[in-house]
Design a binder for this molecule. Sequence first.
Ligand SMILES: [Zn+2]
Length: 235
Amino acid sequence: MTGIDPPAGPILVIAPHPDDETLGCGGLICLAMRGGQRLHTVFVTDGGASHRNSFLWDRTKLAACREAEAAEALRRLGAGKSGRSFLRLPDADMPARGSAHYGRAKSAVVAILRDLQPRLVVLPWRRDPHRDHRDAWSLGMDCLLAAGTSADILEYAIWLDELGSRADHPQGLEVERVSLDISEVQHAKKDALKAHRSQLGELITDDPAAFVLSKHTIDRLTGPEEIYWRPCASV
Ligand SMILES: [Zn+2]
């Protein structure tokens, strides 16, 4: 496996949900900020579907909470003043490609790309078992093509190792597995994850069946290195 250096900016991070920015690439973000790089994070969905049965936290309230948690996580990663955009697409129900809603989101990301001119775009893994992650990858790739952006790409897998089928895993030579040593900022990544209280079972207690990040998932994704998949062929 190839080790990579902390990336040079500008960097665009695409997170399907608030918390993926930390779980997937919190170490990369932190190292980039320490290196003085320019960063912008796009949160694709509103994250409002994680507690569907809560009476106290309806979708609107939860989505607002998750935006605040994401802002605090970025702050803890040293990216408190970095750019961020919340597209607020519906969690677990992203609009179909070609729909007006999708088109508005695409236009927003294309405008960000044209302004930021990123050297690196960090996307979710293209075949992550979670549909929102796959859809966020598709949206990101659509936007890169539309904006004419020829940035380097890294993809981070969140649910592949736990839930992926054999077909979800990298095939042949489509991508190369690379690692980023984040040991010097690992503590900041773990601290940033704690900002996502709604996903840790600490904040919303009236929906016992709701999603909670497990210790296993957290331990798996907050180690001293981050694993990325780097496309081998141009897209
Ligand atoms: Zn996610």
